[in-house]
Design a protein around this ligand. Structure first.
Ligand SMILES: NC(=O)c1ccc[n+]([C@@H]2O[C@H](COP(=O)([O-])OP(=O)(O)OC[C@H]3O[C@@H](n4cnc5c(N)ncnc54)[C@H](OP(=O)(O)O)[C@@H]3O)[C@@H](O)[C@H]2O)c1
Length: 252
């Protein structure tokens, strides 16, 4: 079992939901985010339900790249090594390209791509030293194609991190005699703070717990890639990849 799991963006919906499930399955946890009051509340809740589990919390702004390396090293020291890192922290801000919302799109790009790069670097350095570990990158089904309007930049960031993880898998193919894996998850619509009030998504949205269960199931299988929940997102993501752009526009 990948015993010690670090999750970024653990203060909110999907990160917190995965943490609860991992703790229930006996994993020790390093939980990182900016809102440490939420992390402390989550830690107390997890320990009440699973007193035997080791839970550590860390204040982390992933866009502070030095802090990413420091927190990952501190968590590795505190837990006695990291077996799995879930690069989950993300931002969904944005506006149609050219609509004057550059600052929002930039913030999303810096959080979802550049900061994810820092997290992948820190995790992979640690895994290469140990010759073992599991990197999990949270992309999105919106990464399948270019997306219109307010999610253009967001979708591009999620395509970026998916390619980053695939590049890492390609490196791992060449390396012999290790137990390092890299997984990319493509979540569909899962209820969270990020998509609160986004009306067109509601018909396909699952609740947070259902979504997190599907995510953890795919993570534990250590597959290269998975759309989650698999239904309807595994077939739908294939349709998204091949649909004419005019059809795709109406699907999202
Ligand atoms: N929900 C969905 O339908 C869906 C679908 C596809 C992909 N995803 C992806 O799933 C991941 C989790 O999203 P969510 O739905 O759970 O959204 P959420 O409820 O808004 O949570 C986002 C998390 O990211 C953290 N975060 C944001 N900026 C950060 C920063 N600069 N430094 C550190 N942490 C930061 C937040 O923590 P703090 O604010 O406390 O720092 C929070 O814990 C994201 O990568 C998102 O893109 C979600």
């Amino acid at each position: 079992m990948r015993t010690n799991v670090l999750i970024t963006g653990a203060s909110s919906c999907l990160g917190a939901g995965m943490a609860r499930i991992f703790a229930g399955n006996g994993h020790s946890l390093a939980l990182a985010a900016r809102r440490t009051d939420r992390l402390e509340a989550l830690k107390a809740e997890i320990l009440a339900a699973n007193p035997e589990v080791d839970v550590r919390t860390y204040a982390l702004d992933v866009t502070d790249h030095g802090q990413v390396f420091e927190v990952f090293a501190a968590a590795a020291r505190d837990l006695g090594g990291l077996d799995r890192v879930v690069v989950n922290a993300g931002l969904g801000k944005g506006g149609r390209i050219g609509s004057g919302r550059f600052e929002a799109n930039l913030e999303t790009a810096l959080t979802n791509v550049v900061a994810a790069l820092a997290q992948c670097e820190a995790a992979m350095e640690h895994f290469y030293e140990r010759n073992a570990g599991h990197l999990v990158v949270i992309s999105s089904v919106s990464a399948m194609r270019g997306m219109p309007g307010a999610i253009s930049a967001y979708a591009a960031t999620k395509a970026g991190v998916a390619h980053l993880a695939e590049g890492i898998r390609s490196d791992l193919l060449k390396r012999k005699g290790h137990d390092i894996k890299a997984t990319t998850l493509f979540p569909g619509y899962i209820a969270s703070e990020m998509n609160e009030g986004v009306e067109q998504e509601i018909r396909l949205m699952v609740d947070t717990e259902t979504g997190c269960k599907a995510m953890v199931k795919a993570i534990d299988r250590e597959v290269a890639e998975a759309a989650v929940p698999p239904w309807p997102w595994a077939p739908l993501s294939q349709v998204m990849k091949h649909a004419p752009l005019s059809v795709l526009r109406r699907m999202v």
